[in-house]
Write a protein of this length. Structure first.
Length: 337
């Protein structure tokens, strides 16, 4: 079978397309023929060998994907050949609160091969069935970006009707956060540097749009839109010192969900203002299988459609990563097998 592997140069151009042996299935495992995978910013950190995300040479990248089971081990009882499943980003986090042991073995990272290969072996508990009405590409977007957004806003954020949510940008987590906030009946404010993307968000139901290129002091506009009180929840995807801007626009007793680190891994944060405004600054890891099941039910009930920016064929995987790195996408980028 074919697979892409990371080489010692750690960059997109040197991803190697290789032939691997067809994997064998143990009694409690299933073999999945991959149909589609979707890309996350984290995949770029892995491929480029950045900081704690640097994997060993030979790692197969990508955490998110969907496929159909083509073989089951003789001890598997909950799944069957033909079932369409997605792999869990954190296969050890099935339920309950996050613990160190549940954070290990994330797909396509330092510890475990990912899904940019034609066939993948999973443990029986390490996959989840996905909503039947979604296409393969749409279903492939759920394990990381969708679940992270769901975890931050719905599971921990408890967002509901009457709340105001600030969304930063239009990448995968941001668009899913926008969709879940709208689903919950919240008022959404979205910032982007692209008028085209702001118009697309408007068509999806967002009323309050700010171009941070033409309005560099966008915090003032957010406060104006909220009559000076600030928003109840900020989806912070930039990280580093940018968190201070989220602190400025979140309300007293509001929440900032730290989900992205696009601007860097460290920053100087105004801790006094966090204290005086009684702000909840919460880090959000992807989520558990239990959360994924609840998210799937909500997606099915609302018939929510993930937003696909572009799909590339398997042979053009490098081009797909370059597209992600360029940052022009609105929603998710997929690779189809």
């Amino acid at each position: 079978m074919k697979a892409y592997q990371i080489t010692e140069n750690y960059n997109i151009e040197t991803l190697a397309l290789v032939q691997k042996d067809y994997p064998k299935v143990l009694p409690h495992q299933v073999l999945v023929k991959m149909s589609s995978v979707s890309l996350n910013y984290r995949d770029l950190l892995v491929i480029n060998g950045i900081d704690n995300w640097k994997p060993p040479v030979g790692r197969v990248p990508i955490s998110d994907g969907v496929g159909r089971i083509v073989e089951v081990g003789n001890q598997v009882s909950s799944l069957a050949v033909g079932d369409r499943v997605a792999g869990l980003f954190l296969p050890n986090w099935i339920e309950g609160k996050l613990r160190p042991e549940k954070l290990t073995n994330s797909l396509g990272g330092r510890a475990h091969d990912g899904l940019l290969q034609e066939y993948v072996v999973f443990g029986e508990t390490e996959v989840i069935e996905v909503p039947a009405f979604l296409t393969d590409d749409a279903a492939a977007t759920l394990p990381c970006a969708a679940l992270t957004a769901w975890h931050g806003l719905i599971e921990k954020g408890k967002i509901n009707k009457g709340n105001t949510v600030l969304i930063q940008g239009t990448g995968g987590v941001s668009i899913f956060s926008m969709q879940f906030a709208l689903m919950a009946g919240a008022e959404v404010i979205l910032i982007s540097s692209s008028e085209e993307k702001l118009n697309l968000a408007n068509k999806m139901g967002v009323k309050h749009l700010i171009n941070y290129k033409t309005t560099p002091n966008w915090e003032d506009k957010v406060l104006e839109l909220t009559n000076g009180s600030g928003v109840d929840h900020v989806v912070e995807v930039v990280g580093s010192d940018h968190i201070n801007r989220s602190i400025d626009v979140v309300s007293f007793d509001g929440t900032v969900s730290l989900i992205g680190v696009i601007n860097g891994l460290y920053g100087n944060i105004n801790t006094a203002k966090i204290m005086s405004k009684e702000i909840k600054l919460q880090g959000i890891e992807v989520g558990s299988k239990e959360m994924f099941e609840r998210m799937n039910k909500a997606i099915e009930a609302s018939q929510m459609q993930p937003v696909i920016y572009k799909t590339f064929p398997f042979s053009e995987a490098r081009e797909a990563f370059h597209s992600l790195q360029a940052g022009n996408h609105f929603g998710k980028i997929c690779i189809q097998f």
